[in-house]
Ligand binder design. Sequence first.
Ligand SMILES: Nc1nc2c(ncn2[C@@H]2O[C@H](COP(=O)(O)OP(=O)(O)OP(=O)(O)O)[C@@H](O)[C@H]2O)c(=O)[nH]1
Ligand SMILES: [Mg+2]
Length: 271
Amino acid sequence: MLCVTATNDPVDDSPGEKTGLMTDPRLQDVVTVVLAKNEESTIGAAVRGALRFCERVVVMDGHSGDSTAERARLAGAEVHLDPGTGKGAAIRAGLDLVTEPVVVMMDADGSHDPDDIPRLAEPILSDVADLCVGSRFTGGSEELSITVGQLVRTIGNISMNIAINKRWGVELTDTLNGFRAVRRKAALEVGLREDIHTIEQEMVMKMLLSGYRVVNVPTHEFSRLYGESHIKIWKQWPRFVACGFTHIVRGSRRNGSAGELNAPPEERDPQ
Ligand SMILES: Nc1nc2c(ncn2[C@@H]2O[C@H](COP(=O)(O)OP(=O)(O)OP(=O)(O)O)[C@@H](O)[C@H]2O)c(=O)[nH]1
Ligand SMILES: [Mg+2]
């Protein structure tokens, strides 16, 4: 069914088809959690794209005031309301409610390409990593420095990469990208607490602190197609700095490893 949104663009509300699952049956262990707040123009394409590679797509709806939830359902997703306190809280709630061993997290604003889902999941499915973050620095981005706010975020991202690499002796190129795959059990074990977008850096640092393997693979980032960013960088930057600082100075319980896709896996339960 084709509808017309407030943007006057035709929106496809047809359900997704699971075409990618036929080529790699291991993808049955993967669920995609899509984070969406007021993304009615792009949610359908995001869900249909993800459904090509996953049995199940779960949309965490940030109490959207538009038709995001309805369009997500029409496209074939299971939709849940998030706790209402930000993207981080939505991610934590999503990790709690899914049961699949590998969770891909994807934005709904059209900036992430669902075709990258198998590439993100691969290091976890083949047990060479526990967290795989898409790298915009090796995969390219249309969003790194168009506005002053984006430039500030890019500088913050590079500074965070350098600090994390120095602290844990690793070589990560992007630690803040929300497009990532994680071993669910490990993500639950490290005890994530952040309510807002800071959960992305918290996840990387807590996984490294706990000895989990963190890698990057190249993924391309497109510009958000419609609507507005939910990051209020001029208001939220102190929280980003405080979150980074807290975990970087904390004592290490075990040494993490990163960037080594061929490192021998430690003995751990792959689930
Ligand atoms: N469920 C839920 N999703 C959210 C919330 N805040 C943001 N999102 C979604 O999380 C994704 C990332 O948020 P964005 O505002 O695009 O953040 P960003 O990609 O870092 O910022 P831009 O590059 O400016 O788009 C989008 O799909 C949002 O709709 C929230 O409170 N709850
Ligand atoms: Mg975005």
